[in-house]
Design a protein around this ligand. Structure first.
Ligand code: DI6
Ligand code: FE
Length: 414
């Protein structure tokens, strides 16, 4: 990790992607500059407007040659910590076996649970760090990581510790989410209510007490947990002062989005089967939509999330990789943005907002996600001036330089 920048400097001659209002679209300053002071953005402006915009004497200026500057990208929904691999299931699915059938046959999430229980904390962190390198190369500076492949207190704690460790191993901020209610583990087969009781009375309080999680998630689905069971987990999370979010309406509509909205939750994620009542509940509660086109793509889904209804209701849309070894082994947020455009009809600017401002909102991180004075200096400089170029060609990474907390952490030096 090099640090080619002084504490205070100016990026000049840049095209800045700015977001003038909280809910609207993206705006641009074509001949823009951005100043960084001690890890934070201290000024953003238009160089063509007046001499007040000249850099102070002594402030080092870097010429960005007209390139696009965006906030650091945020992957707000991942399952990056796990043991083992599930390529075999991928091959089975290519033969026509469904994700649900594989799960009911003891594969799926429980296959990864068994491998994760057998892998130690350091090995989990090392493997995840290797995966995260792919995301960092594309300008990701913040990543959310869930537990949920332990399904016993000891292994869930191990996963969350491994996730926290990543922040010391790589130049990335990590937000952790406790996902004890991900699946019923084999030792609780047929006793899902008892398992939920264990999650609420043992796992969650211990995770909260050790401050290992920033939020609590669940999987509300026929192959996982009912709304009543998830509500019990959410009551327990609320008692521990942890905000909630939910895997909802991915394979069917159980009303999970309305449930998470009722708890004032951060986001409802997947939501392919979301109905109008769910959209309205989310809008009213300020619960964000997190779209996960990687899982949609890998599972060959046909039911698309109600993007236009979300837009009409003013529900901000975030997009994330959902990286996991089963339904979404994607390690590219740029490819995921492309999928959000091609498969779900987002515009390239919506896709960019979805992994910056809206992803920050989904994680309730108010200190990042937009280019504005006072925000963290997490910044990506791109090898193009146009947002569409970031998502146009699948497999092309136009990331030029990555700055985190004001320091150069990836790509070329300026
Ligand atoms: N939905 C998903 O897409 C992942 N978890 C979930 O609740 C899949 C996890 C896996 O298949 O390992
Ligand atoms: Fe997920």
């Amino acid at each position: 990790m090099s640090s080619s920048f002084p504490l205070r400097y100016r990026l000049a001659n840049a095209r800045l992607a700015v977001t003038p209002s909280d809910h609207g679209g993206m705006g641009f300053i074509d001949n823009g500059f951005l100043e960084v002071d001690n890890g934070f953005i201290s000024a953003v402006g238009d160089s063509s407007q007046g001499s007040a915009n000249k850099a102070d004497e002594g402030v080092k200026v870097f010429d960005c040659q007209g390139r696009l500057i965006t906030p650091g990208l945020i992957d707000c929904h991942t399952h990056l910590i796990y043991g083992g691999a599930r390529e075999g299931e991928f091959e089975q699915r290519l033969q026509g076996v469904s994700y649900e059938t594989i799960a009911r046959q003891g594969g799926g999430i429980n296959a990864t649970v068994s491998a994760t229980r057998q892998t130690d904390e350091d090995a989990l962190a090392q493997a995840a760090a290797g995966r995260i390198d792919h995301l960092l190369a594309e300008g990701v500076t913040t990543v959310e990581i869930k537990s949920g492949y332990g399904l016993d207190t000891q292994t869930e704690v191990k996963m969350l510790r491994a996730a926290r460790k990543i922040a010391d191993m790589r130049p990335v901020d990590v937000q952790t989410t406790f996902l004890g209610a991900h699946a019923v583990p084999p030792e609780y087969a047929g006793r899902s209510d008892e398992y939920i009781e264990y999650v609420c009375t043992d796992m969650l309080p211990k995770v909260a007490e050790q401050k290992l999680a920033d939020a609590v998630d669940g999987f509300c689905e026929g192959i996982a947990f009912s709304c009543d069971q998830i509500a019990r987990v959410f009551h327990s999370a609320t008692a521990c002062n942890l905000p909630v979010k939910l895997h909802a309406e991915q394979l069917s509509n159980l009303g999970g989005a309305a449930l998470v909205a009722r708890f004032g939750g951060m986001s409802a994620d997947h939501i392919e089967y979301l109905d109008q009542a769910g959209v309205e509940a989310m809008a009213k509660a300020g619960t964000l939509a997190v779209l996960l086109p990687g899982a949609f793509y890998y599972l060959g889904e046909v039911q698309k999330p109600p993007v236009q209804a979300l837009r009409d209701a003013g529900v901000p849309i975030a997009v994330a990789t959902d990286h996991n070894p089963g339904s979404s082994p994607v390690l590219s947020l740029l490819a995921t943005m492309n999928m959000a455009c091609v498969l779900f009809g987002l515009t390239p600017e919506e896709a960019l907002l979805a992994v910056t401002r809206n992803a920050a909102k989904a994680l309730r991180l108010n200190d990042r996600g937009i280019l504005a004075a006072g925000k963290k200096a997490d910044i990506v400089i791109w090898r193009s001036a146009a947002v569409v170029d970031l998502v146009y060609a699948l497999g092309r990474n136009l990331c030029h330089s990555v700055i985190r907390n004001g320091e150069h952490v990836g790509g070329a030096e300026l």
